[in-house]
Each structure stands twice: as structure tokens, then as C-alpha cells.
Write a protein that binds this ligand. Sequence first.
Ligand SMILES: Nc1nc2c(ncn2[C@@H]2O[C@H](COP(=O)(O)OP(=O)(O)OP(=O)(O)O)[C@@H](O)[C@H]2O)c(=O)[nH]1
Ligand SMILES: [Mg+2]
Ligand SMILES: [Zn+2]
Length: 311
Amino acid sequence: MTRRPTPSSPALLREGRVVASYGRHLLVEADDGTRTLCHPRGKRSDVVVGDRVRWQASGDGGVIEAVLPRQTVLRRQDEQRTKVLAANVDQVLVLLAAEPPMSEEQLARALVAAREAGVRPLVALNKRDVQPAFDEAWQRLAPYRAMGETVLPLALTDPHDDGLAALWPELQGHATLVMGASGVGKSTLVNRLVPGAQAQTQAISKALGTGRHTTTHTTWYWLDEQRHSALIDSPGFHAFGLHHLDPRTLAAWMPDLAPYIHQCRFADCTHRQEPGCAVRAALQPNGPLSPRRWQLYVMLLEELQAARARS
Ligand SMILES: Nc1nc2c(ncn2[C@@H]2O[C@H](COP(=O)(O)OP(=O)(O)OP(=O)(O)O)[C@@H](O)[C@H]2O)c(=O)[nH]1
Ligand SMILES: [Mg+2]
Ligand SMILES: [Zn+2]
């Protein structure tokens, strides 16, 4: 006798990707492109945009039964909590702008988090029309260009800006999470590259009764019909905690410090005050390793050490 499939039988489970997250409501896209509003089974709340999931239909919607292993996870963690930003992205675009003023510290943190997660970082500075703030910020990005980061200028509200043409090839074939402070232009970028994104967002905010300008949910948008390239819009944030990192690995994730860390006299050198430190010996105001970057390193190191000491 063949048994009829029970509700949790694998035969009824479908696979899909979480393309939007509204708290406990998750929009899941099946591989044929159809989308179903699902919620996770039980109390689990760790399902994020980008996750590949197994789900089954239930009434009008669906229930997520399992999250498949993640290729990548981007997270930030501070004293209060760990926030998983997205799963299975292979690039992150750190978007900065002339206005609100660029925080180099947040940039440095985002780059470390991306490297640690095995995700390629890209950096763009938006609002080229806002002067002289743009040119000043561009100058402050010199160390990042010198260490080999891709740093692109943008003017997203200028229809004739050629910055997008340079960014576009970098996005092809990748799933790119756009992150940055509120107001830098993340949604403006998505709206320029994804026809209909604005309409999608507005429809969703209307359904949820929000209707604010600021992005409150993370959403995955395909850039092409073949669904090879994606851009993920996310809410802006102020602080970017790195408490999930081991302080001893921090310097290795900073491409301007990393070349020197194995040349220090002591294998466990923290590059703060030890004699024979190759990192400090390499510091030069206009060199490949700037004193400002070393100061950022020391600040982050002390923060991570303090976090370890508390836990
Ligand atoms: N002057 C100028 N303004 C821009 C440019 N790009 C975007 N803006 C404006 O900046 C404001 C914020 O843009 P959004 O795209 O909503 O910013 P966001 O990063 O999505 O912000 P959150 O959703 O709050 O995180 C909007 O009023 C945009 O029109 C630009 O190149 N120049
Ligand atoms: Mg937005
Ligand atoms: Zn050292």
C-alpha cells in the first residue's frame, strides 16, 4: 500500500528564494518566478532576504519549512543584537554620498564585514552635484582607491550622469546588496536600474499601510529577465557593529594593513605599540598605509577586544 503524502512530506515541498522580508512575512519566489507570501514554521525569525528555502503551500500563502545552507551571510553585531542583513549575495555596494556627510568609519566597518563574509565590496560616492562636499569626500576616499578598492563617482538624479555606465558592468552576473546610511540614494539607484521597482515598493507599502519615503524593508530585485543579476535594496543604518569578528583577524581583513602583518617581530603583534611592528613602520601620510587608517584599525581592535572581554 502506498501512503499518501503527509503535509510535511518532501514531495509537497517546493524550493524558492526569499526576495522580500516584512518581519514575519516573507515573499518567496519559486524558480518559475511565481511569488508567494510565506511565514516561517513556528517561532523561527532568522530567515532573511536571499535565503534559499523549502516551503509548502498553505491556504493563500505558504509555510517555510527549511532554510538551505547559505553560501554567504552578511551580518552586523553590536552589544544588543546580531542583525543578518542578507544571505547568498556575492557583492556589496557600499553607497556613500556628499550629503548626508560620509562617515569614513562606517565605510571601514562595512568593508571589513564584507571581506570577512567572503563578499566582494564595491564603493560608490553619490551626489556629485552637491559641491564642494562631493570633492572633499572624494579626496578622503584616496586611501581606499590606493588599497585597490573599486570606488566609483555617481550622480543618480542626473539623467546624463555617466557614473552608472561604469557601475553597470560590475553588477552583471552578481547579487549585490546595496548598503549605506539613510538618504545616500540606495533606492534611487535601484529605481534607475530596475524598471518598475518604485511601483513594486509603493504597492507593498500601500498593502502594509506604511507609505514612507525611507526604505523599511529589504528587497531583492532582478536586473535582467534571465535572473542572473540582482540588486538588493535595504534600509539605511547608523551603526555597523563588528562584534562577531575575532580581533586577532581584524588586520587581515584590511587590505592596506594585511601585506605587513606577517613581517612584525612578534607573531601575535597587535600593531599598536609592540617593537618591530612592520605595520607601524609602513605608516606614511601619503603612502599606501595612512595614519588615519591605522587609527581606525586601533579603534576597531579595542572595540572588539572589549566586546570579547565582556562576553
Ligand atoms: N542632489 C542629489 N540628490 C540625490 C542624488 N541621488 C539621490 N538623491 C536624493 O537623495 C534623497 C534620498 O534618496 P533615497 O534613494 O531615498 O535614499 P536611500 O539611501 O534609499 O535612503 P533610505 O531608504 O532612508 O535608507 C532623495 O530625495 C533623492 O532624490 C544625487 O545624485 N544628487
Ligand atoms: Mg531607500
Ligand atoms: Zn605589528
